[in-house]
Design a protein around this ligand. Structure first.
Ligand code: ZN
Length: 187
């Protein structure tokens, strides 16, 4: 699948707008709870709603079955995350869910895992939410600044931005910043 024309540039604009609205320090990891606040959303860990044993049970039945889901209650969006996941993974999931809200995707398809219903979107919308979520976590200008300040490897970027190494690697490549890390000027 391919993203619509202009999508990547629009994603970068969204990512920078949030950083400007939050007046966050340029190279600090983005505070997703604050971004959620701008979107009339609230992030809650799943264990406040369902016992952690239930999540362990779902995980045993189907590994990775539940990452996060968004529920609308009285006009407020609640993003429920999986308490079993690492903080870096939770941040990817939250950014993904926030992206569905930003892109105004209709939560339509209902999938069930062991009697627990999860709403999801169309496959192309899932791809868009993942791309935008990743950009919100690591916009290209932030990646460039990190690289020029000496934070160049996916591992170091992941640590500095509180994201997974896979996420850092993915964004280094999709943004094209990876090529800068290889050039002599960046040394
Ligand atoms: Zn999704």
């Amino acid at each position: 699948m391919t993203l619509p024309r202009g999508f990547k540039a629009q994603a970068e604009r969204h990512a920078l707008e949030f950083r400007q609205q939050l007046a966050a320090p340029k190279l600090a990891p983005i505070d997703l709870e604050e971004v959620a606040g701008l979107l009339n959303a609230q992030v809650i860990s799943g264990e406040t709603l369902v016992s952690i044993e239930r999540f362990q049970e779902i995980e045993r039945l189907q590994v990775g079955a539940f990452s996060a889901a968004t529920f609308v209650i009285n006009g407020t969006n609640f993003i429920v995350t999986n308490p079993l996941n690492s903080e870096a993974r939770r941040r990817s999931d939250i950014a993904h869910e926030l992206s569905h809200l930003i892109l105004k995707h209709e939560l339509s398809e209902i999938r069930e895992v062991e009697g627990v219903p999860f709403r999801s979107c169309k496959p192309e919308e899932e791809e868009q939410a993942s791309a935008l979520g990743a950009t919100i976590l690591l916009p290209t200008p932030v990646l460039k600044s990190l690289v020029f300040s000496g934070i160049k490897t996916a591992e170091k970027i992941a640590e500095s931005q509180n994201v997974s190494v896979e996420m850092a690697r993915y964004r280094l490549h999709t943004s094209g910043v990876f090529n800068i890390t290889k050039s002599r000027n960046a040394v």
